[in-house]
Design a protein around this ligand. Structure first.
Ligand SMILES: [Zn+2]
Ligand SMILES: [Zn+2]
Length: 116
């Protein structure tokens, strides 16, 4: 009747072979985790903001003669959603709307950014 009530004093008796296979198993798990972590994200998010006052959330998305833009709720300034590509700095970009999500597509490097 020794150590029955003490769960911390259980000493598993692994032999060397078992210990190696457990170590290998753990290493394998770490490898899988690292691989998932380094996978590139599909879409990047830009921080769209008012060109005049820098407001980043109080605005409404609208569509006008010059395409999609945001109307600032703070200073009533219109800022176009069309901007240069963050990956290749190309101005050859196009704004697309899919339901409530606006995306900026680069025609040069096919980078896709979520605007709102
Ligand atoms: Zn503003
Ligand atoms: Zn690009």
């Amino acid at each position: 009747m020794v150590n029955v009530l003490n769960p911390f004093d259980t000493r598993p008796a692994f032999n060397d072979e078992e210990l190696i296979s457990i170590t290998n198993f753990l290493m394998m798990k770490i490898d899988v985790k690292t691989t998932i972590k380094t996978e590139p994200e599909l879409t990047k998010v830009t921080n769209l903001k008012c060109k005049k006052c820098g407001e980043e959330s109080n605005y409404t998305a609208q569509h006008g003669r010059y395409g999609y833009f945001i109307n600032c709720g703070e200073c009533n300034t219109n800022t176009t959603m069309k901007m240069v590509c963050v990956s290749c700095n190309s101005k050859n970009t196009k704004v697309a709307k899919k339901r409530e999500t606006y995306t900026l597509n680069c025609l040069d490097c096919s980078e896709q950014l979520t605007l709102i």
